[in-house]
Every structure is written in C-alpha cells, then in structure tokens.
Design a protein around this ligand. Sequence first.
Ligand code: ZN
Ligand code: ZN
Length: 460
Amino acid sequence: MSMSTHHGLPLDDDIVDRIMTFCSTFGTLKSTILVSKAFYRVFQTRPKSITRAVAYNIFGPALPQALRVVRYPYHDYTSPSDDPVAMAEACPEDHTHSFITVEEQEKLQENSKVVAALEDVYSVINKDRTSKTSVLTSDESWRFRRAMYRIMLYCNQFPGSGFIQYDDESIENIRKQRTAVLSEYSTNELLQLHSAVKFLRRIFFNLSGIGVFYFLCHSALVADAVPRDSILIDALLSAGPSGALRGWEARTYGVLEDDIDFEPFENDEENPLFVGYLSLPLENIWTARDITPPKEDEPVSKWILDQVNGANDTCSQCSHPGGLSLYTEANWQRFPVFLTNLLKGHLKRNPTIAQPFFAATSHLVNADALGPFIGDLFPLTAHTAPAFDGWERTGSYCFACLTKFLEEHLWVWWLEERIKSGWTPPENCWYGWNCRTQTHKQSHADTKNHLCAPIKGDPV
Ligand SMILES: [Zn+2]
Ligand SMILES: [Zn+2]
C-alpha cells in the first residue's frame, strides 16, 4: 500500500514507518503523526514497533532499566510479614517488545533528560575535562545509564522521606528488601553501579559544603576524601539521580527539602535507614558472593570507563600534573572560590571597593555565566604584560595558576568596569592595592584610588 505526499510522489507505508522510527524524541514522533493523516494512519497500524524504535533511539540498550523505573508498582513493603524478596521480583526489567503508553513516554522522557544531563557532568569530571557534553563511548554510556536507572529505581523504592516511624523489625525487612533488589544484578553490573553511586556521592559531598574548596581543583582526590560513613551524604543519596542533578544545578542541597526529611539531622538523631543507604546492601552482596569489595581509593571512572582522556595532562603554565582536575573553559563555571576573596592585596577588605564588586559579581557564582566571565578576562593580559604573556583562554590551568590569574586580573577588570560606567578615579594612593589604610580609614578609602599597582612598599 502507498500514499501520495503533497508533492504527489508515492511514498510506501514502509518508508513512512521507517521515517517515524528515526524520531529522536517522543515529542518529534507525536508532531510527525499529527502533521499528516497518512503518517497517523501508518502509525495506527504499527504503534508498538514504531514507539519501541523511538524509545530505543532515546535510551539505547538501557531501555529495559528505564522502563522498569516508570512501570514499577511502588508499594509499601515495610511490614515484617512481607516477603523480603517481593520488591526485587516485582515488575522485572522488560526485554520484550511491549507497548509503551503515552503516559509512560512522558515519564521516560523526563527521566532521560536527568540521566543525559548527569552523563554530561560525569563526562567533564571523569572522562574529558575539555567538553561540556558527554564524550562517553556508546559502551561507556550504556554502563553509566543502566546503572543510573537502577539507582533511580532503588531511590524511588526507598525514598528518603518519612523514614522515622519504623520499628526494628520493619527496618530489618527493609534492609533485606534492599539487598534482594540489588542481588538481581550481576557482579559486574553491581561494580558499575557502585562506581555510579560513588559519582553521586561526590556530587553530594560537594553540596554538603565539606568539599566545596577541594572539589574539581583536586577532583581526583575528592572521591577518596568522601567519608564512607557520612550519614548526611547517605541521606542525600536517597534523593537519587534527579536530586543530584537539581542540587548540582542549584549548587546547594537546600533544593532537596521536599525529598528528604532533614529533621533528624537538625536534632542530631541517627536514622537507621539512612545508614549505609546503598553501601550496606552492596557489602552484603560482596560477602554473600565471596567477592573482594572494590577499594575506596579506586577512581570513580573504574568499571564504567574504558579510557580517560587527558589523564596525564599538565598545567599549561607550571606543568603541575593535574590531569582531569585541570581547569579549562568547559569547567570554569565550577571554580569553587568567591571572586571577592580574590581581589588583590587589601582591596578585598576595602568596603568601598569590595562591596560594589561583590554586588556586580555575586550572581556569577550560581550561574553558568562564571565560565564566560573568566574567559573574558584573558584579553586583560595586555594590561599585565609581560607577566601573563602566553596565557590563553584555551589553556589548561591548575587551581593555583587559575587563582593567580584571577587575582591579577579581577581588580584590573573592576577598574575598567568602573571607568566605563563614568567613574573618574581620584589620585592614586602610593601603596595601591597593598595599602592597609584603605581597610580601616573610610576617608582615605574614599579619596584615594587603590585600584592601581603600588609604587611604594608596605606602609606598616
Ligand atoms: Zn599551574
Ligand atoms: Zn591608600
């Protein structure tokens, strides 16, 4: 059977079918169906295979795991009389060609956005620091995504809200259910899941405030530094991949208040269901299967990545062996230090300068605008020549070198900004940015310019 296009060309049903199977989202498929009656008619004759093909375009081989997340019957199995493997056996991963409903498509699409965005974050931290979007190979991406959907399922099964009312027997049963749920997977897949959990822990560790300073600048070390028994991080983990992404984007775990009951932390109570949220069942399984547990100091990328790009790269300026933790244009936006603290010398303690500077730059901290802002400072090396000759926007810099670059150029940028907005600098103070009087004598700070290099030594 065939139809005619509006150009009058005959188009075979199989070709129409094929065109629809190329759609990269359910939304595009829907638009394609709505745009023409003929497409609609062909879709009606084979909705199952076409929808499945589009789903495969979105999820690839991780489709069974993605489907289970949206189909799982999330019942309460906390009664001690409940079968401890009931949760593990309910709604297994579907490898058949079942029909995907419109409602399922919407949920799938939503989850796929979370996992894809996290893969981008994973990639820039663990695979290749020079690309903001994922450069994982198809195998690596499959391992990552399969693990993420399984963690997503687990976190939906054991949500972090309302954990406090359970008695000991129920807690024991929940722990058995958790171990049974993860026991469904092969050892290799569990090692991949363990690595994916480690990545999420690192994100939450950063949000918890403990790791703000060390994150990214020492990213290779941070995974080891995450305390294994940190109850807060275990609790944050229960917010799952979507919680990790929301926290990462907002730079705070405050956005997870609806997902997690933080009250026990405020009262210093230990919630037994947060303890070892994901690590305890994994440990149970390593023991039951007589497997040596993965070492804590193994890199986050182990089990998921086959290859890491630029692992041995060094700083463009000082040759420090930074590898993935070096700063490049793709990860500048995560630079973890307040810019006002990087004002040169005593400028940061001169309120006449620090306060308006803070007002002009504080929005950069929580926005993706910080990366482009740092990039735009590079032309200012013309003012600091010859000290910064050869420092390029495209370089890779260690934490110390990028910090030094910012300290030397932020005040120059601020001077230019102020002049651009009509400010006429008063007479230069001899001691410039190194003047101490500017920090405690308001009249001096107001009447002399300190956004200049010292021409005399320290006055004290
Ligand atoms: Zn360096
Ligand atoms: Zn002065």
